[in-house]
Write a protein that binds this ligand. Structure first.
Ligand SMILES: [Zn+2]
Length: 152
């Protein structure tokens, strides 16, 4: 009996479609309360309070919910907003952009293409490279520092 249920668990974890099918209670178990609020309830952390807005280390920012690589430190810049800001995603296919008319504003929401979790918004006031500012919550990201010697 126990072996059977362990096998079921492994099967469901290797199923790529499974990420989107998670229920709120499953996400609640995996994420801390702030991550759950931001990623699954489209919350926004307060400016200058997140763990990554001022981080300048080289590495990869992954989705805090599913681990998909979303942004590279190479495209991170200091926007002065108090949120991690990037001028482009690691891969155009790794994020989705959706019209967001909440809070009386017309904005473009950015979500993880793999698990549909909320990341932040994209604004047309970015640096010259793309003219875009991906304004992302630290709570939506999981930073993986580049190891010494990985650069070459
Ligand atoms: Zn994700």
């Amino acid at each position: 009996m126990n072996n059977d249920s362990a096998e079921e668990l492994n099967k469901s974890q290797s199923d790529p479609a499974q990420e989107k099918a998670k229920s709120d209670s499953e996400w609640r178990e995996e994420l801390d309360p702030e991550q759950f609020h931001v990623l699954r309830e489209k919350g926004t952390e307060r400016a200058f309070t997140g763990k990554y807005w001022d981080l300048k280390d080289a590495g990869t920012y992954r989705c805090a919910a599913c681990g998909e690589p979303l942004f590279s430190s190479d495209t991170k810049y200091d926007s002065g907003s108090g949120w991690p800001s990037f001028y482009q995603p690691a891969d155009a296919a790794s994020v989705k952009e959706l019209a967001d008319h909440s809070h009386g504003m017309i904005r473009t929401e950015v979500t993880c293409a793999k698990c549909d979790s909320h990341l932040g918004h994209v604004f047309p006031d970015g640096p010259p490279q793309t003219g875009l500012r991906y304004c992302v919550n630290s709570a939506s990201l999981d930073f993986e520092k580049q190891e010494e010697g990985d650069a070459e």
